[in-house]
Write a protein that binds this ligand. Structure first.
Ligand SMILES: [Zn+2]
Length: 135
């Protein structure tokens, strides 16, 4: 399935979403984009808050946008930062992504758009999911 996914387009969407980041506290901009099974792309950025714990990561913003529009099957995700190195999603986002796409591929891009792909199993091995609750 991966060879049918335009990861470059998804990385570009994540980079575009990054432009909307609200991160006055960390100054760490992140953009994400999720690709749903029906080929729709939803972008998201990190949205921080003066009450720090209220903030949400870019990946979860994108997930929430997709799911709230009725798209629950995610087949790929891209993440873009302003770093030289490739940054992978935080643990909470890995779990959030896993809920909607245990077989997804995640493309992690640096500031220049250079990206590396990872499977969900690579980022979150032995993961917990809905099937463990009989769902
Ligand atoms: Zn996160």
């Amino acid at each position: 399935m991966d060879n049918l996914i335009d990861f470059q387009a998804l990385v570009n969407s994540a980079a575009a979403a990054k432009e909307k980041a609200h991160c006055p506290y960390s100054n760490f901009r992140v953009g994400a984009a999720v690709l749903t099974e029906d080929k729709k792309i939803f972008g998201g950025c990190n949205v921080e808050n003066a009450s720090y714990g209220v903030g949400i990561c870019a990946e979860r913003t994108a997930i929430v946008k997709a799911v709230s529009e009725g798209h629950k099957k995610i087949i790929a995700c891209a993440v873009s930062t302003d770093m030289d190195e490739i940054i992978a999603p935080c643990g909470m986002c890995r779990q959030a992504l896993r809920e909607f796409g245990p077989g997804m591929t995640i493309a992690c891009a640096n500031k220049d758009g250079k990206y590396q792909t990872f499977t969900m199993d690579e980022l979150l091995p032995k993961s917990f999911g809905p099937e463990h609750l009989g769902k």
